[in-house]
Every structure is written in structure tokens, then in C-alpha cells.
Design a protein around this ligand. Sequence first.
Ligand SMILES: [Zn+2]
Length: 223
Amino acid sequence: MNTETTREALLQAALDTAGRGWPVFPLRAGSKLPALHGAGGCPASGDCVGGHQGWEPRASTDPDRIRQAWRRAPFNIGLATGPAGLVVVDLDSPKPGAAPPPQWARLDITCGADVLAAIAEQARETVPATWTVATPTGGRHLYFTAPAGAELRNTQGDKGRGLGWLIDTRAHGVVAAVAVSSRVRVLIEALSAAMRRARSSTLCVSSPDAVDAAGAAFGGLRR
Ligand SMILES: [Zn+2]
């Protein structure tokens, strides 16, 4: 898949995501870092005219702004999970050679999806069926509506209030990179391939002009 096809696939995925009412913003091509300017490089215009705004309030569902940004470069897609009212549960596969912690190894558990199923079973629950997206690294993102009245933030693995090994959660104040967005399996696979390619070094190169023009739609890029 060439750069142009990748860019189109990412644009379409960004529009699909925004079409669900979930605000998006550009991430640097091939990365999970916001492609938006920071406080230091703030132009004090657009969204920032009344003072610098972080990426969360600058995320948008406006198709025109999204087209304007993704017209220029194959940006990855950042999803503002907090403003979208979502909690995304990120189920990973282990890194090559990583050994499961003893309590999971005993149960022959080797991936985040298995850990979540085991936690649910221990709580006498089942993992509810929900919007699920395959990630380029062999994991899965499960999208849930955030519970009312609780502002959940992120968790990582089994640290602190985390759910468990190979399970991260994304809610307020963190970037979730959209892996893929489509109901059609064939398209999911095509887009997964696009995302894989978008992460390769050759597609990480965007001309500074293209990056600036794209970022202008979202209030200016990082300098
Ligand atoms: Zn600003």
C-alpha cells in the first residue's frame, strides 16, 4: 500500500471515528505522540485564542477540520477518550520472550484477553460484547461507555488500580491511538495493514510544510 492509499485509509478511519461522536486529533505519522503544538509553541490563535489548550479540548468531530488535517499527511489517529465518554480497554500480547507472572502462568494464560476473561470469571461476570478493534501489534481495543459520575483516568498493567498483566485502560487525560475503525472485516484487515505500514520509518517522514498545514486545522502543530 503506498503513502497516498495509507493516508486515505487513515482519513477514512478518522472520519468514521468522528462519525460515532468520538473526537479525534492527529498524531505524528507512525507514532502515538500528538502532532499538535505544545504550550511553548502556542500561536495564540484558533482554539488557543483565549489561552493555550491541550490536545483534549482541541480534538474534534468536525469532518472539515479532519479532512483538512489528513489531506496533508498520513497522521495516526488520536482519540480523546475522555471527551468521547469512552473507556478503552487495551489488551496486549506479550513482548517476545516475556514470561507471564506466576499466577497467570499457572493458568496457562499468555495474553491480555485471557487475563481479562479470567478476571471476569473470578468476579462471576463475563466480558460483555462491545465494539472491538484489532491492533497492529496483535492486541485488541475494547470500547466501553464510561460510567456516569466517575472520571476514570488511565491504568497500566497491574500497577496501582490497574486491571492486570497486559491490560491498559484509557479514559480521561490520555491519548488512545485508534488502531482501525470499520465494521467490515476485510476493511479492518486492510486498515490494519495500513497502520502497520504507517508505523514504518519510511512513512514517518512528512515534509515540515505538510505537517504545519495539517496542524493548522487543529490550532497549529508542535514546533
Ligand atoms: Zn496553543
